[in-house]
Design a protein around this ligand. Structure first.
Ligand code: NI
Length: 251
């Protein structure tokens, strides 16, 4: 299994060594760590050098774009020469928390999409309550980068539209929530070849640990739920999603 989106630098309750050991014991052999705050960029670089099985993505999360400076473009370009930087992310739009700087979010999103294109890297997209604008920007500005809709939260119709564009959908703990009917539908409907696994740790902890801090080892609960929903074996979901992740991120 590959946890394709995990903020392990934000986990507080256990040490990083424990995070990594638990992951390996549970069958997660690779973890991809995105940056969200500009300061995470340096954390990611440290982690990928320290641990063999950790890969990184660089970018600024939409809720943090007030801290954006164009100098970050040069920094990301320089750092992404590292062979373990496998994507730009997480970037996108988030209209859930605060709608007062949507225009700035769009502007910075577009800049980072262009950066990913220039670097020929895939993009891990954060889209929260901003499906239409996210879709339109990607459709208009993305020239050639593979797209991963991280923590996909749209309807089955929106999922199908994304799949039509050739994009990947990454599903995490939400799919295990009892009331997440929509997400269970998406997990059942989309082609397995377009599916990726993630935890978004330390957030969105799957059942049976919902409410506690999340960690990459809990990817197994996501796989189990998807296998159950689709009526196939855990092994098959594991094998195909691992292959997808290796292909998308060029690992
Ligand atoms: Ni995230």
């Amino acid at each position: 299994m590959i946890d394709t989106h995990s903020h392990i630098n934000m986990i507080e309750e256990i040490s990083l060594d424990e995070v990594i050991n638990n992951a390996i014991e549970s069958g997660v052999d690779k973890i991809i760590v995105p940056s969200a705050y500009p300061k995470d960029i340096d954390d990611v670089m440290t982690l990928i050098d320290k641990y063999d099985n950790i890969y990184g993505m660089l970018g600024v999360h939409p809720t943090e774009v007030k801290d954006w400076t164009d100098g970050l473009i040069d920094k990301i370009k320089e750092y992404s020469k590292h062979p373990k930087i496998v994507a730009i992310g997480e970037i996108g739009l988030d209209y859930y928390w605060d709608k007062s700087f949507n225009d700035l979010q769009k502007e910075v999103f577009i800049k980072q999409v262009k950066l990913a294109n220039e670097l020929n890297l895939p993009i891990s997209v954060h889209d929260r309550e901003a499906h239409k604008d996210t879709f339109d920007i990607l459709k208009k500005y993305n020239k050639g980068s593979k797209i991963v809709m991280h923590c996909f939260s749209g309807s089955i119709e929106f999922a199908r539209e994304c799949i039509k564009e050739g994009w990947y959908l990454a599903l995490g703990g939400v799919v295990t929530f009892k009331n997440a009917i929509k997400m269970k539908e998406v997990a059942t409907d989309i082609p397995l070849g377009k599916l990726l696994l993630e935890t978004d740790a330390p957030y969105l902890t799957p059942v049976p640990y919902r409410g506690k801090e999340n960690q990459p080892a809990y990817t197994k609960f996501v796989v189990e739920e998807i296998a159950k929903l689709r009526g196939i074996s855990v092994d098959e979901v594991d094998k195909i999603t691992t292959k997808n992740a290796n292909e998308v991120f060029g690992i």
